[in-house]
Design a protein around this ligand. Sequence first.
Ligand SMILES: Nc1ncnc2c1ncn2[C@@H]1O[C@H](COP(=O)(O)OP(=O)(O)O)[C@@H](O)[C@H]1O
Ligand SMILES: [Mg+2]
Length: 266
Amino acid sequence: MTDIIIDPHLSTVCKVLTEMMRKLLIVLRTTTIKEKVPSQDSNLISSCLNFLRIFLSRERIRLDNRDACPNPEKIVMTYLAFSVIWSLGANIVDDQRTLFGEYFRNQMKLHMPEFPKGDVFDFGISKDHQLQSWSEQLPKFEFDPKQNFFEILVPTTDTVKFKYLLATLMYNDCNVLMTGETGVGKSVIIKDFLMKSEEAIVSAFVNFSGKTSCRNLQDAFEGNLEAKRKTLLGPPAGKKMIFFVDDVNMPQLEKYGAQPPCELLR
Ligand SMILES: Nc1ncnc2c1ncn2[C@@H]1O[C@H](COP(=O)(O)OP(=O)(O)O)[C@@H](O)[C@H]1O
Ligand SMILES: [Mg+2]
């Protein structure tokens, strides 16, 4: 972090984050709050730091310039709040998110008294660095009769929210695991995001099933990448490759309980 922000912001971030992590990790581990996928404290903390690193390196120049940015402390706290919500909170089962939100708000208010009321998962960040409901950022839906019916994505708060999270993480070289019940729109959101992504990004889809083997996964990688040298594969020159592995939990368990294609991915 030292190369991204400088004092006094750095020491504030360290102090507030250490305190929040201590309090909220105890809440996560000792109350009735349940997670979707079992996690380690270190996973959650590094996810939080990934978000903060991305946001603060983007805002670095402005934070140093009091004329362009009269209230840098508030901007830092806003991004810190968002980063904690979407790391420690992102993995919590739906019906216990409100409870987590209350614990989080009580902690956050100690450092940011103006932290708004409402569902903490409902806040995105506006262009002027304020917490703002995702519903205020909804693009207008325009029906295009020429578009294939199955390719239509109706903008909802979820599509806006998850595309923002995907863009923030994926454009900054972080891997993302998106979980959720079947039929909630994970695949369509990710496909739409990849199809409309920046020009420097190329993408490939791999669909896992019960019968997917390590060989299938290796073929998918080799088939989508270019040979750079004898033993080196890579994306086309000047591009970044994103692999979207759909239904990653599907491969059959082997004798000892592992899923070989998932182990290869790891
Ligand atoms: N925002 C949306 N706009 C249009 N169709 C949607 C939207 N969200 C979900 N769907 C439809 O719901 C169905 C299930 O979505 P899908 O992405 O396959 O779910 P998942 O991958 O979470 O199991 C698909 O037919 C998809 O087209
Ligand atoms: Mg799917």
